[in-house]
Ligand binder design. Structure first.
Ligand code: HEC
Ligand code: HEC
Length: 321
């Protein structure tokens, strides 16, 4: 198991003790109550859900095939019928079909089950989801908007395989991955779409996941290892083995902040330009579809953060293969 070297000692120690129980534990069912939220057929609600799914919340960057994902960069909006295969050290995990098909998609699930997935990372069948999604802090209204939009899509029949975890993956899911919840009280509605710091704070922390990637974290359990928004996470894509991506420092530090010298208009233009470097994990396609008001809100929020000095080096570099 060559991947074991990437796992810190603390986890290796646990390995010996729990060997026998891990395969069972990774399929454990959790009893987490379903939020009392119901999908709506109101066209304005559905439109907001569509905006979130293809824009700031970038559900589309994962819940389509790799081939469809490339069309997102050109502005296409394929149905969210899943099938993207993430090949990871812990196994292969596919993104599920989120169209309303009754056998292979979310037609099988209740509104409450879908809401619980977004707020607690517990899948409709009660298993904890591999930690790809960080939407626990979405407002009730935005969860309703997303579910309403998902239900409004044309049903696409696409049977996606269930995740196949290797031994290490089963161990990690059994012992380190837990249902989550919002870090504070949940809000009924989010700050409205306008260029305010409050709206930017909501988007950057709870919708667009900027804080997830632009904060240095433990590779094992995702816990924070650096100042929030100060960057420094290294990422790579299996299709581009010679490239390393490092998230830049987004705080307004005069020396090391990546966007300290950017005007608001430059920030907006950079986002509207979309993906410039192939292989980056930043979901540029979704962010390019954000409204100008939302982009300005994020910029204003980032400028309001306390500056943190953290030199993260180049965002993209080439390494010897
Ligand atoms: C970074 C990739 C990624 C993003 C972004 C993402 N998802 Fe997921 N989602 C996944 C993966 C992978 C799984 C399956 C996890 C597993 O197998 O444990 C999943 C599971 C789900 C499930 C559970 C379905 C089932 O059949 O169990 C729902 C519902 C869901 N996602 C909805 C959404 C919505 C809505 C959004 C946007 C707000 C979103 N996802 C954004 C990758 C992603
Ligand atoms: C899934 C991880 C991920 C998420 C989510 C993410 N980023 Fe990034 N970001 C990256 C990576 C990796 C890079 C470096 C490679 C690149 O430029 O694409 C980057 C680069 C950037 C850059 C520098 C771009 C340039 O051309 O110099 C800015 C600015 C930025 N991110 C802001 C944001 C903001 C704001 C959000 C939320 C709206 C966000 N990021 C969400 C991973 C992420």
């Amino acid at each position: 198991m060559r991947n074991v070297t990437r796992i810190p000692l603390g986890v290796a120690g646990v390995v010996g003790v729990v060997v026998a129980a891990a395969p069972l534990g990774s399929n454990r069912r959790y009893e987490v109550p379903e939020p009392a939220l119901r999908a709506s057929t109101d066209s304005a609600v559905i439109a907001r859900g569509r905006y979130l799914a293809y824009g700031p919340a970038h559900c589309a960057s994962c819940h389509v095939t790799a081939e469809q994902a490339r069309t997102l960069d050109a502005g296409a909006r394929p149905p969210l019928s899943g099938g993207y295969a993430f090949h990871l050290p812990v196994g292969t995990i596919w993104s599920p079909n989120l169209t309303p098909d009754r056998e292979t998609g979310i037609g099988r699930y209740s509104d409450g089950q879908l809401a619980r997935m977004l707020r607690h990372n517990v899948r409709p069948d009660g298993r904890v989801a591999a930690p790809f999604m960080n939407f626990q802090g979405l407002s009730d209204a935005d969860i309703v908007a997303l579910i309403s939009f998902l239900r409004s899509q044309p049903a696409v029949r696409n049977a996606v395989p269930d995740r196949k975890l290797n031994y290490l993956g089963k161990l990690i899911v059994a012992y380190l991955v837990r249902p989550r919840g919002p870090s504070g009280p949940t809000r009924a509605t989010a700050p409205g779409e306008a260029p305010t710091i409050e709206r930017g704070e909501y988007l950057a922390n709870y919708v667009a996941e900027c804080v997830v990637c632009h904060t240095k974290r433990s590779l094992v359990d995702g816990s924070e290892r650096g100042s929030r928004f100060a960057g420094g996470m290294e990422m790579r894509d299996e299709a581009y083995p010679a490239l390393r991506f490092t998230t830049p420092n987004l705080t307004p530090d005069p020396k090391t902040g990546h966007i300290t010298g950017w005007t608001e208009d430059r920030f907006v233009a950079r986002f509207q330009a979309g993906k410039l470097v192939p292989g980056t994990h930043m979901p540029w396609a979704g962010f390019a579809q954000m409204s100008e008001a939302d982009l300005r809100a994020i910029y204003r929020y980032l400028r309001s953060l306390p500056p943190v000095e953290n030199a993260t080096g180049p965002t993209v570099r080439r390494v010897a293969e």
